[in-house]
Design a protein around this ligand. Sequence first.
Ligand code: 5HY
Length: 235
Amino acid sequence: MRILVINPNTTASMTTKIGAAAKRIAAAGTEIIAVNPRSGPASIEGYYDEAISLAGLLQVIGEHPGCDASVLACFDDSGLDAARCLADCPVVAIGEAAFHMASLLANKFSVVTTLARSVPAIEHNLHRYGLAARCARVRSSEVAVLDLEHAAGPARAKIDAEIRRAIEEDRAEAIVLGCAGMADLTASLSDQHGLPVLDGVACAVTLCEGLVRLGLKTSRLGGYAAPAKKDRKSA
Ligand code: 5HY
């Protein structure tokens, strides 16, 4: 099977890291195609970046028909519903995937994300997915997305400290890492803190493989009907 893994920001080094995390978990016979748009923000932190990233995201989906499934690798699940309408395959977003998997492993989980401005969108998604009651708290580590690319040491120390606070203050029984750029920290953080630490990229790839094996496709009956043919002027 072929899984299209989309990093909706334009930072190629982050796409490489996300692709490596996807390949690490993918089953034998699963081909991972990791891509990012040519246009859009270098990182997505909050509502404005999210809105600016959507045109590039949808363009990339349109340019890669014929995949068996697709992963939306940005933790605020930006553009998920529109992507599901356009893509000719199931689309799984990394936030939604990690929340569902964490709920299978723990009564309560906490999310550790990047900046404070990214928190509200993640909280809204938890409510939208009906999983807010399972999340003790969405915490920001005050690590910018691109700091994960350049300053991994100091960034990791901040994430580490926030996980410790989530365990002590939230009584979190599992941790969801709130950025695709944290994927390479998952195993060592889980070992260090002695609880399940989930990376959304790995969770989403695994769910995609399951959907494909079950032969399941996105329903076209209602909100995810394919876009209607109409005149859409572009700038
Ligand atoms: C992400 N932004 O996973 C999100 C994290 C965030 O560019 N990739 C990004 O802060 O919402």
